[in-house]
Design a protein around this ligand. Structure first.
Ligand SMILES: Nc1ncnc2c1ncn2[C@@H]1O[C@H](COP(=O)(O)OP(=O)(O)OP(=O)(O)O)[C@@H](O)[C@H]1O
Ligand SMILES: [Mg+2]
Length: 307
């Protein structure tokens, strides 16, 4: 589907993952341009040196590769031998019912939790073998938009968005201000810098959460249900933003979604997680035609069936 760009689109947001949990992101030097990437540090080089060959053969390079990952909470197996390959610069959407392990998958990729077994590569780095410092280096390259937007309640919108820039860059106040304002405008929220999270609607909080996640120019963006709480127009706008990240900034996006129409629009590849297993994966067209009855029931939202 052709992507529409609104007229007079400001330069896309500045950079980095942010969020209560995602305050891990850090760029030790100020990025000069939006999405210009974060300068490598010596620890980054060490992480690069820890790279190991992923078993991906001659296929497109992978940004994220889960190999037989199993995650349990007590005796409950939430991810059951999941193998998932997310190609660089593409958008992969994970669909699936409530409680089937989607958020757990993202939390595991970003490093908040560890699996019981399996292997995980992020941009060729075997992250489960890294020490704490190495893991932090990898985390700095990942932005996460959480399912529940997790803003700092005691800070206004400006401070929430400026936080990752202040923590991890040396940008001056004027540049921070410009970037915060450009990012808010891009997300359809111009001029709300002074508002506190308690003064925002659910959908506005969601978009401010997305804004904070992209302030540091991540190379991977993880979105946990980016459309939840948004009206159809803002749902479409988030979809366009995700496509813009891929097309104009080559960011690899992994998106959890319940919105089938939006998923079909934004995805290069869709996979379905069902009871902790990936039961189908393919292009939107392949997924539409896949005969798996569980998948088809989910796609069509039918109340009765094998799901
Ligand atoms: N920290 C935790 N401790 C114990 N159980 C957990 C924990 N996190 C998740 N779970 C369990 O793992 C299962 C999957 O949870 P998860 O949040 O990944 O689901 P989900 O697919 O994201 O669902 P939803 O669409 O409702 O967000 C659920 O049964 C949940 O109760
Ligand atoms: Mg979830």
């Amino acid at each position: 589907m052709a992507r529409r760009k609104p007229p007079n689109t400001p330069p896309p947001f500045p950079s980095a993952p942010g969020e209560m949990e995602a305050a891990f992101v850090s760029a030790e030097t100020a990025p000069e341009q939006p999405f210009s990437g974060v300068q490598k540090t010596s620890r980054t080089k060490k992480a690069a040196a820890a790279k190991k060959q992923t078993p991906q053969g001659g296929k497109a390079p992978l940004m994220i590769h889960l190999d037989n990952i199993t995650k349990k909470f007590n005796s409950h197996t939430v991810l059951d031998n999941v193998t998932l390959q997310v190609p660089k610069g593409k958008t992969t959407v994970v669909i699936g019912g409530s409680g089937h392990g989607k958020s757990t998958l993202l939390r595991l990729i970003v490093g908040f939790i560890r699996p019981e077994s399996g292997r995980l590569w992020i941009d060729g780095v075997n992250v489960l073998d890294l020490d704490e410092a190495g893991r932090l280096e990898v985390q700095k390259t990942i932005g996460m938009s959480f399912q529940y937007s997790a803003l700092f309640d005691s800070m206004n919108v400006f401070e929430n968005l400026a936080f990752p820039l202040r923590e991890h860059t040396r940008l001056d106040e004027a540049e921070i201000s410009r970037r915060v304002s450009a990012t808010l405008t891009r997300l359809g929220l111009p001029g709300i810098e002074a508002k506190f999270p308690s003064e925002l609607s659910g959908g506005m909080k969601k978009r401010v959460g997305v804004a904070r996640a992209i302030m540091l120019q991540p190379k991977i963006m993880l979105f946990d249900e980016p459309e939840s709480g948004l009206d159809p127009i803002n749902t479409n706008a988030i979809g366009e933003l995700i496509m813009e990240m891929r097309d104009d900034f080559h960011i690899t996006c992994l998106v959890i979604s319940h919105n089938i129409e939006n998923s079909m629009m934004i995805a290069d590849s869709i996979c379905m997680l069902y009871k902790g297993k990936i039961i189908a994966q393919g292009t939107p067209e392949e997924i539409r035609q896949d005969p798996n009855p569980v998948l088809q029931q989910f796609l069509h939202g039918q109340a009765h069936g094998p799901f």
